[in-house]
Structures are given as C-alpha cells and as structure tokens.
Design a protein around this ligand. Structure first.
Ligand code: HEC
Length: 92
C-alpha cells in the first residue's frame, strides 16, 4: 500500500512538473508558421481561418502591408512568408 501511495505521489509530481515546464518554455506551437502567426498576426486578426484570401494575395498582403496593416517585407524572409502562408492555408 505504501508503495502504491508513493508511486501515485511521484506520478502526480511528474505531471505537475511537466505541465509547468511546458508553460514556462512557451514553445507549444506545432510549426514555425503557427508561432510566427501567433506572434505577428494574431493580435490584429485573431484566428487564421478568418483570412480567406488566395495564396498570392496572402503573400502580397504580408509583404506589402495595407492601408492600416504594417508591411512585413523587412521582418520575414521569403521562407518565413511561406511558413506563415502554409499555416493560414492549413487552418481552412
Ligand atoms: C497592426 C495590425 C495588423 C497586423 C499586426 C497584421 N495585420 Fe493584416 N490587416 C490589418 C488591417 C487593418 C487590414 C485591412 C487592410 C488594410 O490595412 O488596408 C489587414 C489585412 C490583411 C489581409 C487581407 C484580408 C483582410 O482581412 O482584409 C490579410 C491576408 C492579412 N492582413 C494578413 C496578415 C498576416 C498574415 C499578418 C501577420 C504576418 C498580419 N496580417 C498582421 C491589420 C494587421
């Protein structure tokens, strides 16, 4: 019985430590595109599924910006543009 209790306590500690560790690291994104979206777009656009434009238009908007949207030309490499676009497309 004692063994069972200590095993239970030990596993509870494990679970607690593990979840704290994953909160601390903040690295729970499935992809770079998702992380970049969360950090750079979510604040204004919320869920990526709300962006329903064709691929070329997504690229143009991220690259050039809009009337009120900042341009990300100097922020993202071409590869990062693609990663964000792939993430947005994966949310449809
Ligand atoms: C500071 C707020 C802001 C940020 C940050 C921002 N946007 Fe926008 N975005 C806007 C606004 C406002 C518009 C409306 C068009 C305009 O500005 O003329 C827009 C338009 C768009 C559009 C055209 C479709 C539409 O809904 O009008 C797309 C696609 C888009 N944004 C994608 C992104 C992506 C991807 C990111 C991150 C890399 C991003 N935006 C970051 C504010 C923002």
């Amino acid at each position: 019985m004692k063994t069972l209790i200590s095993t239970t306590i030990a596993s509870l500690c494990c679970v607690t430590l593990f979840s704290c560790a994953s909160i601390d690291s903040g690295e729970h994104y499935a992809s770079t595109g998702e992380k970049l979206y969360a950090e750079n777009c979510y604040g204004c656009h919320r869920e990526a599924s709300s962006l329903n434009e064709p691929k070329t238009f997504l690229h143009e908007t991220i690259h050039d910006g809009g009337k009120n949207m900042p341009s990300f030309e100097d922020t993202f490499t071409e590869a990062e543009h693609q990663q964000i676009i792939d993430y947005i497309l994966s949310q449809r």
